[in-house]
Design a protein around this ligand. Structure first.
Ligand SMILES: Cc1cc2nc3c(=O)[nH]c(=O)nc-3n(C[C@H](O)[C@H](O)[C@H](O)COP(=O)(O)O)c2cc1C
Length: 392
């Protein structure tokens, strides 16, 4: 795809990665992704905002074939899918200066071995006039690295947000056409990488609310020409209370834990609590991350394996702990053969979670009436807690 005009003298450049199925060697990408860069030509100066993943550098360089000069390359975020092509760009445009936050300057020198004098640190709120186009740099730390910033183009009221509001979608449509699809992809993106930084993202949203934004141009996925809904979605994800939802990641080798999971699910649904099940042997971990954004309660279902939780349950618990979701309650259910330390091991893995641990339900072999009665008690405790907190 060649570069595309967004507005007068403002272009989308970049690469659509239709084939990519995994990000960060962890995160499934069911819809591929894109690496968006933007070219802004003022009457005096020309700026490139971000770049592309180095694997697709050729595409960006081809799109720039007719561009005689780039004065500045703005690096919003040092992660290599946006910055990794900057060394090549500097070979092609040796007079260009890289603009970044002071923290990013250090990171760019460390990650890409850029020379110190090539990078100019910009202050929070600093402006740069390109001639008829004014860029304002706004520091937005922890979206999702410590050095991140965004750029607001004042005359056109466009926010170039880098990973903020991004979504992994490969598409030929430049702008959002299917809001439901992009909501899902943006939520997945938020769950996977932004969720741990909710508090500081809320502050960054407050900061951005001082600016009238007609368009958001992120570094992954489609552009928002009606940005109100994605701003509101972010408010919900970062600030609103959790929903009346139990997220239940589980594993079962021979069906005992599965039968406990099914029983608990039915008991919760009968008490008007929503449940999302994730069989970890087959689940997309990104879907689990999305559900964790809303969950009020997490219940881990695991058999005992080699004296502890099944490794897949340990992996999901480790991830949930790292993502620091809003959940307020947690419990463990599962079957064992003779004994072990499943609950103790999992309890030692959730130090980041501000949860009350509800009585676990473990049973030997297939669940019996006693186990089902304990699961009923757990369902009742969850439903009562959700009601008492007004979770909806
Ligand atoms: C590889 C393997 C290791 C196991 N290790 C333990 C163990 O250390 N302690 C224990 O109590 N049971 C252990 N078990 C037995 C299972 O916990 C038991 O069969 C349980 O009922 C399986 O639940 P499921 O049907 O949900 O898979 C082990 C089973 C397997 C297959």
């Amino acid at each position: 795809m060649d570069k595309r005009l967004i507005k007068d003298n403002i272009y989308w450049l970049g690469a659509v990665d239709w084939d990519r199925r995994l990000f960060d060697s962890l995160i499934p990408l069911p819809d591929g992704t894109s690496y968006n860069a933007y070219l802004i030509q003022g009457s005096d100066k020309t700026v490139l905002l971000d770049a592309v993943d180095p694997a697709m550098a050729d595409i960006l360089l081809h799109q720039l074939r007719d561009v005689a000069t780039i004065d500045f390359i703005v690096s919003h975020h040092t992660e290599q899918d946006h910055s990794g092509t900057i060394p090549l760009l500097l070979q092609r445009f040796p007079q260009a200066k890289v603009l970044a936050t002071a923290k990013a300057k250090t990171l760019l020198m460390e990650h890409l071995h850029l020379a110190e004098d090539v990078i100019v640190a910009v202050a929070d709120g600093e402006t740069l006039s390109l001639g008829g186009k004014t860029l304002r740099f706004l520091h937005t730390p922890w979206v999702h690295w410590p050095e991140t910033m965004v750029t607001y183009l004042e005359e056109d009221r466009i926010l170039f947000s880098c990973d903020f509001f991004g979504s992994h979608i490969a598409a030929s449509d430049l702008f959002v056409t299917d809001q439901g699809r992009v909501y899902e992809a943006a939520k997945r993106y938020f769950g996977e990488i932004m969720l741990p930084f909710r508090a500081i993202i809320a502050k960054n949203l407050d900061k951005l609310s001082d600016y009238a934004v007609d368009m958001i141009a992120p570094s992954h996925g489609q552009l928002y020409d009606q940005p109100a809904w994605i701003l509101e979605a972010y408010r919900d994800w970062v600030q609103h209370p959790p929903h009346n939802l139990v997220v239940l990641p589980f594993v079962s080798m021979h069906g005992s834990t599965r039968s406990m999971v099914d029983y608990l699910t039915a008991a919760l649904v009968a008490r008007n609590v929503r449940v999302e099940l994730f069989n970890l042997a087959v689940s997309d971990i990104g879907k689990l991350a999305m559900a964790l954004i809303d969950a009020a309660t997490i219940v881990v279902g695991t058999p005992t394996v080699l004296a502890g939780p099944h490794p897949l349950a340990a992996h999901a618990t480790f991830l949930a702990n790292a993502l620091r979701p809003k959940a307020r309650y947690l419990s463990v259910i599962g079957s064992y053969g003779w004994g072990g330390k499943t609950v103790e091991t999992l309890a030692g893995m959730i130090g980041n979670l501000k949860v009350e641990v509800l009585d676990p339900v473990l049973c030997k072999g297939m669940p019996d009436q006693e186990a089902f009665a304990a699961l009923d008690r757990l369902a009742e405790a969850i439903a009562q807690n959700h009601r008492a907190n007004g979770f909806r």
